[in-house]
Design a protein around this ligand. Structure first.
Ligand SMILES: [Fe+2]
Length: 347
């Protein structure tokens, strides 16, 4: 605990003789300030950092209660402990003093050892409170730092895992980043809260995580897939959802949902569950559009990249068939922002 000797106490009393006794009692151990009336006491608190105030109640002009109330209203002085000086036979004053925020009282005539003991006790308490509050601030900062680190680690692992699946599919980190940014943008436009859209930016990165489980001969095949190969290919949705299942994290739970249902179609003709319309989770409907759009404007083993304008037309033509019409309308309305994302993630 920091020493008590550097602590500053203000003594407030309109009777000079009382001040003299208190000064004699405390000057060996503490730094002292004195004020002979209420206004002077308040003035003193503006110029000096205080650790304790001994405050007389009965004073002309401004009594101790009013001084106390004013100091408690000021954020700078409200935590400074106040000990009232009261007449020994005045229980009402004692009660009122404690009610308006004093921590204690000492009685006149002074008992020197009592004054010393009470002052020491309340200064020690104040110091302990300061130390606790400092420790809390340090702990809070540490927790914030650890949370930031955990978040960064989470983001990094998601990016690396998504890259692992994209590499197998001839895709790149740019595809992942593009779909993520487009999904976040469309999500916000569709009414997701900022935090939900940020989560979607990450969870969408894992939509094809299940491609890790599909063989190269199918993933990288240049020609048309046979119906058996296509059946296996479609399984990347269930493989992905199994890979991500059982998590307690909302982000990974969303990623699991998206992995399983990002190939569902609005009219119910998609896979794997054949969900229809609003049965398809909104986040999957959003990622579904962005994923198809990204595939259209990217080179693939079996096709060249389409011009962006044609890709927009294709998305529009599938409104109400493959895609949620409301989302298609929003998506088309976001063309300038989407083109910006495409340019910034150009390969
Ligand atoms: Fe997929």
């Amino acid at each position: 605990m920091s020493g008590l000797s550097n602590r500053r106490i203000l003594l407030v009393d309109d009777t000079k003789a009382n001040i003299d006794i208190l000064v004699q009692t405390l000057k060996q151990d503490y730094k002292l300030g004195v004020a002979l009336n209420g206004p002077k006491a308040i003035e003193y608190t503006k110029a000096n950092r205080l650790d304790l105030i001994l405050l007389d109640i009965l004073m002309p002009e401004m009594d101790g209660f009013e001084v106390c109330q004013r100091l408690k209203e000021n954020p700078v002085t409200k935590t400074v402990p106040i000990i009232f000086i009261t007449a020994i036979d005045d229980p009402q004053h004692k009660r009122k003093g404690l009610e308006i925020g004093a921590v204690d009282y000492i009685t006149k005539p002074f008992d020197i050892s009592e004054v010393r003991a009470r002052v020491k006790t309340h200064l020690s308490l104040k110091i302990t409170q300061e130390e606790l509050s400092n420790r809390n601030l340090i702990l809070e900062e540490k927790i914030r730092e650890r949370t930031r680190e955990l978040k960064e680690t989470q983001v990094e692992i998601i990016k690396r895992l998504s890259l692992a699946s994209k590499y197998r599919d001839n895709g790149t980190g740019q595809n992942v980043a593009r779909i993520s940014r487009m999904a976040e943008l469309l999500g916000r436009s569709a009414g997701l809260k900022p935090a939900e859209a940020e989560t979607l930016a990450l969870s969408s990165m894992l939509h094809d995580a299940g491609k890790i489980g599909i063989s190269d001969s199918i993933l990288l095949k240049k020609g048309k897939l046979t119906s058996d190969e296509w059946h296996i290919m479609k399984g990347h949705t269930t493989i992905g959802s199994k890979l991500l299942s059982g998590s307690r994290s909302k982000l990974i739970q969303d990623a699991e949902t998206i992995a399983l249902t990002h190939h569902e179609k609005w009219n119910g003709s998609g896979y794997n569950l054949g969900l229809k319309g609003d049965e398809i989770p909104l986040i999957s409907r959003i990622v579904g559009i962005c994923d198809v759009f990204d595939a259209l404007i990217s080179d693939r083993p079996y096709k060249k990249a389409w011009p962006v304008s044609l890709a927009f037309q294709e998305i529009e033509s599938k409104s109400g068939i493959d895609f949620d019409p409301r989302l298609v309308k929003l998506f088309l309305g976001l063309e300038p922002e989407l083109v910006k994302i495409i340019n910034e993630t150009a390969m």
